[in-house]
Design a protein around this ligand. Structure first.
Ligand code: SAT
Ligand code: MN
Length: 587
């Protein structure tokens, strides 16, 4: 077996030989990333009934994967960052010493691939020729992981060619499906060793190690050392009717509409406006020599939430999913098409577990609420091929899911208050992680599940990055999810969000005045256009923009207490900015 470990990178060979001795696979397969390899894996999985072909006439080259019912979302409570010092990791993460982390998982890996194929996936995060690209090798026994990685990353022989010249500078990711028992499931990160060990889950964020594990948790740790940021952000280009294009990065928690915003189609009342999709989930942000902030999307595909995706909510996604797509945990129609809540007028015949409509319990959804699609970026008609050097960011949005309190939009007065707006984010939990849904929690910068180090250091790092920017992006906070007293969403959202983006762009370009408030700048009512939005009155817009000073101050008091949990690491300027804002809101 070890004779097959013959790359030109000795560090890679040494690690792989050690892994082979540990997991004892029946064979090792180096993934070349070719379409033939993908097709072969898909047909093998269809033969073994791990993958189900969907209606090939209406959904050509689309397949359904049903994961284990206990393995349908990220397992945050089983996700650890392992370092020498606990204080490096902070209370925002589960921590184990590196030694204890290895000791906890290594016995599970022993002999874990007996009788199975071990796939070796050399992958690249970011455009292959980008100076910002990062490399990794994922070892897995899951062909589902291989076919997903093919869509989500650049992978295979051309990447190995690069890794051959990298010495030790690549991430080592070991993944084994195990028996999927939640009692034997760990997602361990060793940032000091550039290593990930994930056992016992086949689910996306737990198993596609290039994504959250590498591109966020390890990358954020690395970014801190090197002076850049790895963020849970989409990236879009916003083009106005005059043809001017401005790039915006936006952080929202999982399953809060990042993919929809990334692919927004403006309504008819916005002729000439166009949104270009650069990324929908992760952004790496680098201070440039020109004093601006430059961004790349490290991913090559979308791993989006299926439920709620429709012709109305996200036409680009709805159409891109009609071919070459892998679906996970959606329902099925009688004609073998994928089905999810909010899709269209068709009816489901089977739920995500394969039970027929008569067998399934009435109140249960047919698609799992965290059902996903995996599709290459190239399939998206609004996708913009990113230049290797990235795109310049003019505005950053922080967005949370808040039924109350938080206005539709405000602009921070400066970088520090922008960092405060991001760090103060609280959002209601969603089905993207196991656990209760709808619980309000602190989710600074939408990075609670993804920041690979101590939040106190993270906020300090954000402030430091701002100091390197002579032309920093303007920072905004948005909330599409405010509800009225009857529990109805007050803002129509989706394509209509262009109205807020128009204001964001105008403010970023210094083209509009605004109202000054303790939170920052608020739109002057008429500056958010309501043309063509017949259902909304200026009074309703005023309610969406209303800030209850006392209630907001009370929220920030909680935020302040949360910040102090990370002291002495929490930067004092952040505490002071928060205190000052509370005082202003109260006065
Ligand atoms: O499961 S993933 O982490 O990949 C998706 C998400 O939760 O954002
Ligand atoms: Mn995400």
């Amino acid at each position: 077996m070890n004779s097959q470990i013959n790359s030109a990178n000795q560090y890679l060979n040494d690690w792989l030989k050690q892994v082979v001795d540990q997991v004892q696979p029946s064979q090792v397969k180096w993934c070349d990333g070719s379409d033939e390899e993908y097709d072969q894996l898909v047909s093998d999985m269809v033969a073994s009934q791990d993958l189900m072909p969907l209606n090939q006439e209406t959904y050509p080259n689309c397949f359904l994967y049903r994961s284990h019912p206990d393995d349908v979302a990220r397992s945050e409570h089983l996700t650890y960052i392992c370092t020498k010092e606990k204080s490096d990791v902070g209370d925002n993460n589960n921590w184990l010493s590196s030694q204890d982390g290895h000791q906890r998982v290594d016995p599970l890996f022993a002999g874990s691939m007996k009788g199975r194929t071990m796939y070796v996936i050399p992958y690249c995060m970011g455009p292959l020729e980008s100076p910002y690209a990062q490399f990794g090798v994922e070892v897995t026994d899951s062909p589902y992981v291989v076919v997903n990685m093919k869509k989500m990353t650049t992978m295979g022989s051309q990447v190995l060619e690069k890794i051959n010249h990298l010495g030790p500078k690549f991430v080592r990711g070991l993944h084994c499906t195990g028996d999927l028992s939640p009692n034997r499931r760990w997602i361990m990160h060793f940032p000091e060793e550039m290593m990930i060990k994930s056992f016992g889950s086949g689910y996306g964020g737990n198993a596609l190690l290039g994504k959250k594990c590498h591109a966020l948790r390890l990358a954020s740790y690395q970014a801190k050392q090197e002076g850049w940021l790895a963020e849970h952000m989409l990236i879009v280009g916003i083009e106005n009717p005059q043809g001017e294009k401005v790039y915006v990065a936006a952080a929202f928690p999982s399953a809060c509409g990042k993919t929809n915003l990334a692919m927004l189609i403006p309504p008819e009342s916005y002729p000439g406006w166009k949104i270009w999709t650069v990324g929908d989930d992760i952004a790496w942000l680098f201070p440039g020599d020109d004093g601006r902030l430059w961004a790349i999307n490290p991913e090559a595909g979308f791993f989006g939430v299926a439920p709620g995706t429709s012709e109305k909510t996200n036409p680009h996604a709805f159409h891109m999913l009609r071919k070459n797509t892998l679906f996970t945990n959606v329902g099925l129609t009688a004609s073998n098409e994928p089905w999810w809540e909010g899709k269209d007028k068709s009816s489901p015949a089977y739920n995500w577990r394969g039970q027929s409509a008569s067998e399934s319990t009435n109140s249960q959804p047919f698609a799992h609420p965290n059902a996903r699609f995996t599709v290459s970026c190239a399939e998206c008609s609004s996708y913009e091929q990113q230049p290797p050097g990235g795109v310049p960011i003019s505005a950053i949005l922080f967005g949370s899911r808040r039924a109350e309190l938080v206005p539709l939009v405000f602009q921070a007065k400066n970088w520090l208050e922008g960092v405060l707006a991001g760090a103060a984010m609280c959002s209601e939990t969603t089905a993207a992680a196991t656990g209760e849904i709808g619980v309000l929690r602190n989710d600074p910068m939408a990075m609670k599940p993804f920041c690979g180090y101590n939040f106190g250091d993270y906020w300090a790092h954000w402030i430091e990055v701002g100091k390197k920017l002579s032309h920093p992006p303007q920072i905004f906070h948005v909330n599409w999810f405010r509800q009225d007293k009857d529990g109805q969403f007050m803002w129509p959202g989706f394509g209509e969000n262009i109205r807020v983006l128009e204001w964001v762009v105008a403010r970023s370009n210094n083209r509009l005045d605004a109202q000054v408030s303790p939170l920052g700048y608020l739109p002057i009512g008429s500056d958010i256009s309501l043309t063509g939005l017949d259902d909304m009155t200026p009074e309703e817009l005023a309610r969406l923009l209303y800030v209850d000073g006392a209630a907001y101050a009370a929220h920030l008091e909680n935020v302040l207490a949360y910040f102090k949990k990370f002291s002495p690491k929490t930067p004092s300027v952040l505490l002071e900015a928060c205190q000052a804002m509370i005082a202003q809101l109260k006065s």
